[in-house]
Design a protein around this ligand. Structure first.
Ligand SMILES: [Ca+2]
Ligand SMILES: [Ca+2]
Ligand SMILES: [Ca+2]
Ligand SMILES: [Ca+2]
Length: 452
């Protein structure tokens, strides 16, 4: 109930936002850490997914998400649909359904209607979030069913609100009437574009590759964030995959029975991971490069769940809203060190010096945008999001970053990528970076690592 209150009252300011505007001496670095939403929701952070009831983090996250820009979510869904129709002639492995068919709204609606009674585990007529989360972990739910299920989960708040069929807030789950209203909206409606786009992209992801690594993988530039707010982890994992692909390979082994074992340098115990089709549908993907990033992402959620006082029912959800310094700890064994950018906290000259040293050392570096500026959205860089710092060149004073979406980068006045290629990689002057970004997370130096 409280989360609905938060979501319907955007005037409640997220905690990090008010902190950003407070005098820098009162900043709490932890509170400023930007969280990324999920792709389909990333900029729009879908309150649906990142929900860990009772967690303080989640409440902060939900209020942050409520303020996010819904148009970006639509943009992302449309891009995904284009992707699906471009690749629409590819038969899936079972030869029955291809991605283009999935993108058919009729197929998505009818699948949801058909499966509702089976997924309504307590048979009360409401498809609740926890029921959907439970079914999502069932390896027997496959293919189109799994993709539609995950899309319902990703868009649950909006779908359950379509028909007023409960007292007070619509928050018990999706009913048959809600689905009827969804169908009535028609395929041009924004919500249906999201619902259909999410299902299509999810199916494509679950069927793209069954290998852990492609022959020449892992390639950092193949990584695309899924529907989870795991940008803090992904941006660090991308940095590691760029620096040392072999380290990633050593971290994961394929057990040959559909499960994988992940050994994070920062975790004492090996982590056994399986991924259902539905989980693959919202996981980060490396496409044809293999399942490595989907496996690592879920392993990280399991790792964080082990440390949590109140573990999430879904290990995947536990990847969300975690500080970037802990992602570095898992991936390297060394916790990251976060600088808040600002004249009092960390000035431009210090940032220049620290980036220079970190690049010389080959340390992992990520950077986040926590707040919306007046220029919100116009430069193409989503806020509440963490990026990989791929390079900083002290000679030119230019910094190169990568959005873990594998897209969404600096745009010019015409809305085109400034470097002509929307692959998520972009370069800007350090001065511009300093004005736009709010924090930098550095892998701490290894004890014996000394710069010359
Ligand atoms: Ca139910
Ligand atoms: Ca309803
Ligand atoms: Ca109601
Ligand atoms: Ca680019």
């Amino acid at each position: 109930m409280s989360r609905d209150l938060v979501l319907t009252q955007p005037q409640i300011r997220p905690r990090w936002l008010s902190l950003v505007e407070d005098p820098p001496t009162q900043l709490e670095p932890e509170a400023l850490t930007p969280r990324s939403p999920e792709p389909l929701r990333v900029e729009t952070p879908n309150p649906n997914v990142a929900r860990r009831p009772l967690s303080l983090d989640t409440r902060r996250d939900a209020s942050r998400r409520a303020l996010a820009d819904p148009s970006s979510q639509l943009r992302r869904a449309q891009t995904e649909q284009q992707l699906i129709s471009r690749n629409g002639n590819n038969k899936s492995k079972d030869g029955n359904t291809n991605a283009a068919q999935v993108a058919s709204p009729e197929l998505v609606w009818s699948t949801a209607e058909k499966q509702l009674p089976a997924w309504d585990l307590n048979q009360d007529g409401f498809l609740s979030r926890s029921e959907l989360e439970k079914v999502a972990q069932d390896p027997k739910v496959k293919g189109l069913d799994a993709a539609v299920l995950m899309s319902l989960l990703s868009n649950l708040d909006e779908i359950q609100a379509l028909s007023n069929d409960e007292y007070g807030f619509e928050n018990d789950g999706i009913t048959g009437k809600d689905l009827g209203e969804l169908r009535k909206l028609g395929d041009k409606a924004e919500l249906n574009q999201k619902v259909v786009g999410t299902a299509g992209w999810g199916l494509q992801k679950s069927q793209t590759s069954t290998d852990l690594f492609d022959q020449d993988g892992p390639n950092y530039d193949a990584v695309k964030q899924g529907s989870l707010g795991s940008c803090e982890f992904l941006s660090a994992a991308v940095a590691l995959a760029k620096r040392d692909p072999e380290a990633i390979k050593k971290m994961i082994s394929d057990n040959g029975d559909g499960s994988y074992t992940v050994r994070f340098p920062g975790s004492k115990d090996p982590i056994r991971v399986t991924l259902s089709d539905a989980e693959l549908g919202r996981a980060a993907t490396a496409g044809k490069d293999g399942r490595w990033i989907s496996v690592l992402e879920k392993a990280y959620g399991q790792f964080m769940n082990q440390r949590a006082l109140l573990p999430s029912d879904s290990p995947q959800l536990a990847t969300e809203s975690q500080p970037g310094r802990l992602a570095m700890k898992a991936l390297t064994g060394r916790e990251g060190d976060q600088d808040i950018l600002g004249p009092v906290t960390t000035n431009l000259a210090t940032t220049r010096k620290k980036l220079t040293e970190a690049m010389q050392d080959g340390r992992l570096v990520t950077a986040g945008i926590a707040k919306e500026l007046i220029t919100k959205g116009t430069d193409g860089l989503p806020a509440n999001h963490q990026y990989t710092v791929l390079n900083y060149d002290p000679k030119t004073d230019q910094i190169t970053l990568r959005n873990p979406w594998g897209g969404g980068e600096l745009r010019d006045a015409n809305g085109k990528p400034r470097d002509g290629k929307n692959d998520g990689v972009f370069t800007m002057s350090l001065t511009d970076f300093y004005a736009r970004f709010n924090d930098v997370v550095y892998e701490t130096r290894a004890p014996r690592q000394k710069r010359q």
